[in-house]
Design a protein around this ligand. Structure first.
Ligand code: AMP
Length: 138
């Protein structure tokens, strides 16, 4: 049998967490690394490897809780912004292979958060790229 990942262990009560929210399908708790103050994780209770592998109804429930935590952090915790992100596969920085959404409140300073997006479009055929993705979505 595959070894349980750390979030399955938290869900099963084998590892403690700072719980923020729980229902039948979703658990939210503080990320142990606190990239910024209030950094939260929202996870599906059922194991799915990542966002892309999660059925829509469960994914929607997880995103709903992520939205609510983000709203609370803006309204009540003095956050000025929130990054809501989910990494899929190690190439994108996923280290725990269990669907989770990061809710990272942002204050005046950067805290421990760095996300840089640089323009890398030179030489790319944007119409062809768009066409390929569009036709696959039909
Ligand atoms: P990712 O790199 O997107 O897969 O994120 C995994 C996150 O899980 C990291 O931000 C870790 O700090 C966090 N994490 C790992 N173990 C625990 C734990 N026991 N309790 C809370 N957060 C954890």
């Amino acid at each position: 049998m595959k070894e349980k990942d750390v979030f399955c262990k938290i869900i099963d009560g084998e590892i403690p967490c700072y719980k923020l929210y729980e229902d039948d399908d979703v658990l939210a708790f503080l990320d142990i690394s606190q990239v910024t103050k209030g950094h939260a994780l929202v996870v599906s209770k059922q194991h799915f490897d990542n966002f892309l592998a999660t059925p829509q109804d469960i994914m929607h429930k997880v995103m709903d809780v992520a939205q609510r935590i983000g709203q609370v952090e803006i309204k009540l915790m003095g956050a000025e912004g929130v990054n809501i992100l989910t990494n899929c596969y190690p190439a994108a920085g996923q280290s725990v292979m269990h669907f989770h959404v990061h809710v990272i409140p942002r204050y005046n300073d950067k805290g421990g958060f760095v996300l840089e997006m640089h323009d890398n479009s030179e030489g790319l055929n944007l119409p062809a790229i768009a066409q390929e993705i569009e036709k696959s979505l039909k």
